[in-house]
Design a protein around this ligand. Structure first.
Ligand SMILES: CC(C)(COP(=O)(O)OP(=O)(O)OC[C@H]1O[C@@H](n2cnc3c(N)ncnc32)[C@H](O)[C@@H]1OP(=O)(O)O)[C@@H](O)C(=O)NCCC(=O)NCCS
Length: 174
């Protein structure tokens, strides 16, 4: 399924498949703090985002995965990104980050709930996978509060960071 037209509205948010004009805002928002428990390092330039972004757009068109921006519906403020990818079981896996100055307002949870609904109703998936570093409590609360069941472990590590023990959650879509 072509995922490049993904466009989901929630009560406060709009999740929309990445487009090249998003690159400058993404670059500004991915700070080292955000990347601590992620599997990538912050980009060095907007062009680097554009290069990775070209792959995101190809992957979305091919239905392999989709990377989407999260914006506030009211005012269109850029808040972060989320994604759905088909790399491992249970499929699909979810990803999420919210800019540091917008943490703690329930945006992360609201975006993840929207992706889970999309995975269930549009993609027809029974469950999604959510992978998180054990000590990343704020992120871990999301699958835990949505009925997720821990089913495995893995190491979470970005190229320039230390390894963190991680938990794999299986979260039902209904
Ligand atoms: C993880 C992340 C996406 C969560 O988004 P957020 O909008 O800040 O989180 P929310 O406000 O939706 O809160 C999520 C949960 O954490 C809880 N929480 C909020 N602040 C917290 C804190 N300081 N300590 C512990 N839990 C906290 C919330 O109560 C909520 O749990 P609940 O649903 O049981 O009430 C965000 O913090 C982030 O981008 N972190 C950096 C990138 C990252 O680690 N991404 C996830 C990789 S798996």
């Amino acid at each position: 399924m072509d995922l490049s037209s993904l466009d989901i509205e929630t009560e406060r948010l709009r999740l929309r498949a990445y487009r090249e004009s998003d690159a400058p805002e993404i670059f500004k928002a991915i700070t080292p703090e955000i990347a601590t428990y992620m599997t990538f390092d912050p980009a060095q330039s907007v062009d680097e985002i554009r290069m990775v972004g070209a792959k995101w757009m190809d992957d979305a068109a091919a239905g392999r995965e989709v990377s989407a921006t999260i914006r506030q519906r009211d005012g269109n403020r850029f808040l972060g990104m989320c994604g759905i990818h088909y790399r491992r079981d249970p499929k699909p896996g979810l990803g999420i980050w919210i800019r540091a100055d917008a943490h703690g307002h329930g945006y992360g949870r609201e975006a993840v709930v929207a992706l889970i609904n999309f995975a269930g109703t549009v993609l027809g998936e029974a469950a999604v996978q959510y992978s998180v570093a054990e000590e990343n409590v704020r992120s871990r609360r999301i699958p835990e509060s949505l009925g997720g069941v821990a089913y495995g472990s893995e190491t979470i590590q970005r190229p320039s960071g230390p390894p963190y023990p991680g938990i794999l959650f299986r979260v039902p879509t209904s």
